[in-house]
Design a protein around this ligand. Structure first.
Ligand code: HEC
Length: 320
């Protein structure tokens, strides 16, 4: 049990063997690996070192040595380069809520939010989870072998995710923890045949099992589901099976207006527009504010130019 979420149990037998058959939704080592659709990557560093190699053909020295691809370019990515990349990724602005401005649409969002919990979606897509320590450090304590370790450095690089990086940020509660509204409890589930499309087993995880997807920002990233086969939010919901069957059926038997309300609520979970000052904003308003800012700046420049022109005239006058 961690943060109220149950991951099953391991039974140790007197003869020294262990029974892991009741471990649920996580690897037998009980280490939650939150990254990737399968939930098999433990840290941002592990992800970046792998992705840099497989997608960009650039090898991190800490994993591959100085010139593993023999192209004559040594140290393509130093530990410092990878750490800089980590800090960039870790401090990206958190997603938020973009609310509609129309009162009927707001009412639908509120209704949909209630239904989301009421029909059982929030069992897996838990509304928020506490983060005990919002200070992100690199190298982190969970980097697997072959990635920079704490013992490799004399000093950790650390950033406080509640204060550093672009605003707005998540806030600390009075007890120091931060509630993260990512809408996932980070467990894997058998999702049934519509999501069982892979022929190659990844990291020993059965092909029908997927990490409960985070929903913060998901509406900004269509198409949906790990294979992107759902172009509509409702399709993504209706593709849920087996362990999510009860919640899916509860959704599909709601009156149409209530189904629409759930979708309206989900549509608010977005990447915030640039220049947002709060984690919940109203659609159109940030852009309008930014527009006003431009007008104000334009006016200031115009006044400045006028003043400069007047100054030039005065100078000219004085010289005469
Ligand atoms: C048993 C756990 C579980 C329940 C209950 C559940 N989900 Fe999911 N949900 C998942 C998993 C796992 C995925 C990821 C599937 C994949 O990767 O293809 C997912 C994916 C999604 C997605 C797609 C997100 C994206 O980024 O593509 C949406 C939307 C979603 N769920 C909404 C809902 C709604 C609404 C309900 C309630 C009707 C619900 N879920 C109930 C486990 C669950």
């Amino acid at each position: 049990m961690a943060k109220g979420v149950r991951f099953g149990r391991i039974t140790a037998r007197p003869n020294g063997t262990v029974d892991t058959s009741e471990v649920d939704g996580v690897d037998d080592d009980f280490i939650i690996k939150p990254i990737q659709a399968k939930g098999h990557i433990v840290s941002l560093r592990e992800f970046a070192v792998k992705a840099m190699n497989s997608h960009f053909g650039m090898q991190a020295t800490e994993r591959f040595g100085s010139d593993a691809d023999g192209d004559g370019v040594v140290d393509e990515l130093t530990p410092g380069d990878i750490t800089a990349l980590m800090i960039f990724m870790a401090t990206m602005p958190p997603p938020g809520r973009v609310m509609p401005s129309n009162p009927d649409a707001i009412a639908a969002v509120e209704k949909g939010e209630e239904l989301f919990s009421g029909i059982g979606c929030a069992v897996c897509h838990i509304l928020e989870l506490p983060l005990a320590n919002p200070v992100f450090t690199e190298p982190g304590p969970f980097n697997p072998a072959g990635k920079l370790q704490i013992s490799d450095v004399s000093r950790l690089f650390s950033v406080d995710l509640t204060t550093e990086g672009p605003q707005p940020r998540l806030r600390r509660q009075t007890d120091g923890t931060v509630m993260v509204p990512a809408f996932t409890y980070l467990k894997r589930h058998d999702m049934g045949e519509l999501l069982d499309n892979e022929t190659v087993v990844q990291e020993g995880i059965p092909p029908e099992q997927w990490m409960t997807r985070k929903l913060w920002n998901f509406a900004s990233e269509p198409p949906y589901l790990h294979h992107g086969r759902a172009t509509l939010i409702s399709e993504a919901i209706l593709a849920h099976g087996v362990e999510a069957q009860t919640a899916r059926d509860a959704f599909s038997t709601l009156p149409k207006a209530d189904q629409d309300a759930v979708v309206e609520f989900l549509k608010t979970l977005q990447v915030l527009p640039e220049n947002s000052t709060a984690l919940t904003v109203t659609a159109g308003e940030v852009e309008k504010d930014a527009g006003t800012g431009t007008v104000v700046l334009g006016a200031a420049i115009a006044v400045f130019l006028l003043a400069a022109a007047a100054g030039a005239v005065m100078l000219g006058t004085r010289r005469r």
